[in-house]
Design a protein. Structure first.
Length: 340
């Protein structure tokens, strides 16, 4: 009989996740778009069942079935969808043949379960009150339903829904941008600068989430075969007035209210351009700004958050330098976002 054990946080859990990640990367190779650690073992300091939960996003979910034998050879048991449409689920057991060691959840691009799980994780990392509440519910449920996994899960259900509602309000829309001293962001349809370290940070922050942008920003994405290329592992949402604009793999919205509604359904990063930043600024709870210690010719600007009383800088990183260009990462918080 499977036993529910909730134990104190173990600093070995991140390393155990890296073991699972390496196996998945070896088995699935180029089919993978992204791999993430989620669940309570991904939250530093959180009591958790000692099971490593992993989300893997693949290019096409139906292709995963062909890898079942390879996963079995690595010690995983294929469980199909296991109750969630569009998922492929694998379980690895511990040496006792009964206790679970790892759960692998595989989804195709844009599956809402990916965004929800990562949203829940990120919010618990950010909000100590929600983290403490969830931890208390888990411990109580584990003590009460030690040998009933289904009842343990049901006992957490209301708490999870409440936290998800708070998370969606908190994370509804986050602005992310790179701006020079004058808050310039672009010139002639291109960003003012591209620094590899900042691009890697952008990828790490936005991976698994939605990117909301205007048509000009979409057209400025790195091209493939003379067409704007989609950034792997992220949903692309474009605001456009053109009723005939319908590129493959892109969600097209035609109004600001549509964009606001979309952002309430999952974690969404607002990535530009200037008109979109201005129109949806008050709907953003956070702004992650790479500030450049330079001033260049620009024809696109974002609002100067330092001059807006409702915005407060909550974190200012140290200056960094790449090829003579100095920049730093700053976080701003909106005291009263419209989405709250």
């Amino acid at each position: 009989m499977r036993e529910i054990l909730v134990v104190p946080y173990d600093k070995a859990w991140p390393a155990l996740y890296e073991r699972e990640r390496a196996v998945l990367a070896d088995v699935f190779g180029d089919l993978l778009l992204d791999i993430r650690h989620f669940g309570s073992t991904a939250i530093p300091g959180m009591h958790a069942k000692p099971i490593i939960d992993v989300i893997a996003v693949v290019r096409q979910i139906e292709l995963v079935d062909a890898y079942s034998d390879a996963m079995i050879r690595q010690g995983y048991s294929p469980r199909g969808e296991n109750g969630i449409p569009g998922r492929r689920y694998f379980v690895r057991l511990k040496d006792d043949g009964e206790s679970h060691a790892a759960h692998i959840h595989m989804y195709g691009p844009g599956n809402p379960h990916t965004a929800d799980e990562l949203l829940f994780r990120d919010f618990l990392c950010a909000d100590s009150e929600a983290r403490a509440k969830y931890e208390a519910v888990k411990l109580e449920a584990a003590a009460k339903y030690r040998f009933s996994p289904e009842e343990y899960t049901d006992a957490k259900h209301i708490c999870v829904l409440e936290i998800m509602e708070r998370a969606r309000q908190y994370y509804g829309m986050t602005l992310i941008a790179a701006a020079d001293r004058n808050w310039g962001i672009g010139h002639r349809g291109a960003p003012l600068f591209r620094v590899p370290a900042d691009l890697r940070r952008f990828k790490a922050l936005t991976m698994g989430h939605a990117l909301l942008m205007g048509r000009k920003t979409f057209d400025s994405l790195p091209t493939q075969d003379s067409l704007p290329g989609l950034l792997p592992g992220r949903a692309h949402v474009v605001l456009s007035r053109d009723p005939d604009f319908s590129p493959p793999g892109v969600t097209v919205l035609h109004g600001l209210d549509d964009a606001r509604a979309y952002a309430q359904s999952q974690k969404t990063f607002l990535i530009g351009g200037g008109e979109i930043y201005a129109a949806l600024l008050n709907d953003c709870a956070l702004a992650l700004v790479t500030k450049l210690d330079a001033a260049w010719e620009a024809d696109a600007f974002m609002p100067n958050l330092d001059l807006l009383p409702e915005w407060t800088m909550t974190q200012e990183g140290p200056w960094r330098e790449t090829n003579g260009l100095r920049y730093k990462y700053c976080t701003y918080k909106n005291r009263a976002p419209a989405c709250a």
